[in-house]
Ligand binder design. Sequence first.
Ligand SMILES: Nc1ncnc2c1ncn2[C@@H]1O[C@H](COP(=O)(O)OP(=O)(O)OP(=O)(O)O)[C@@H](O)[C@H]1O
Ligand SMILES: [Mg+2]
Length: 371
Amino acid sequence: MNDMTSQPIIRFERVTVQYDDDPPVLRDVSFEIERGKFYTLLGPSGCGKTTILRLIAGFIEPTQGNIYFNGTVVNRVPAEKRQVNTVFQDYALFPHLNVFENVAFGLRVKKMKSADIKVKVREALRFVNLDGYETRRISEMSGGQRQRVAIARAIVNRPEVILLDEPLSALDLKLRTEMQYELRELQRRLGITFIFVTHDQEEALAMSDEIFVLNEGIIQQSGTPTDIYDEPINRFVADFIGESNIVPGRMTRDYLVEFAGKPFECVDRGLTPNEPVEVVIRPEDLEITSPEQGKLRIKVDSQLFRGVHYEILGHDEAGNKWLVHSTKKATVGEEIGLTFEPEAIHVMRFGETEDEFDKRLEAYGENGHVK
Ligand SMILES: Nc1ncnc2c1ncn2[C@@H]1O[C@H](COP(=O)(O)OP(=O)(O)OP(=O)(O)O)[C@@H](O)[C@H]1O
Ligand SMILES: [Mg+2]
């Protein structure tokens, strides 16, 4: 018998989705979803996020590849036979039913006994802090409360997986932040796998155990929020997640990269000597010092006070622009020095995706020698 706990709850194996002769909307997508974690699909509009949710929910089938639930292929298993519930962006609540009946709806369809329904709905409403709202009409609930009703409806039958398609996008910023905490907390208490879709990178960083960054139907990078923030794999990811300085450079050899006309020690290896690369340094990894002590010199073009830090924009002699986050103030027009650690430099091969990166390092060998 399969050990249900050790294998991923969901696995995509080289899944492609294509409509007619259009370019594929998902290309060769492979990933694993582990039980009880919070996952986020992050990417710009049209990159294929909802398509992945629809594949998991069973609303569409892959054109190529396989989808596994607990080790079994489910490509043709219909939605109602999967242990998955979806929270839709517009919540899809029934405005003419009260809160209780909205949450009870699926259980009634399944012909569950009335007494059992009562227990389950009460419990689900308690989970989302809507005790006592049973008889309220949906039209009398606020946006945040409707959101909670939609979540109660998704969790009432304890599915194995809950899919959430941009569930917070209709809320204002403050409520949205509150709901981020609530959702994350709810997921921890329930221990159900959540797959959450957003195009908001801060939301993804704040909430997830693991993030899949998607662009044009391809997973660019997957990993923990810190992995992805600290080690973006290409320009797209570096640009999409947080603010970055991205400048052109050249990999002189392992652990030495050249940019802005100077050599810098770094921690990257496995690229071809003299290969053109893109170099990323996060604005908060740059420290201001005197021009003499700086590894780089920039001229300050503008400065904004952002509450906790100053946001300083400048340029170096090679014409690269630099964004610096610092608690130190600078003066527009003055020359300042910038220092940074070798670890703050991230070297990226042009347009490389995670799959390609993994293959490259594998071929390169763990001990630093080409196999
Ligand atoms: N039934 C369909 N027929 C043809 N093309 C489709 C169909 N459904 C989706 N697409 C296309 O697939 C691509 C991915 O769509 P998807 O809904 O997955 O994007 P998304 O990442 O969820 O975007 P958004 O953030 O705007 O919701 C889009 O280009 C879309 O036009
Ligand atoms: Mg979508």
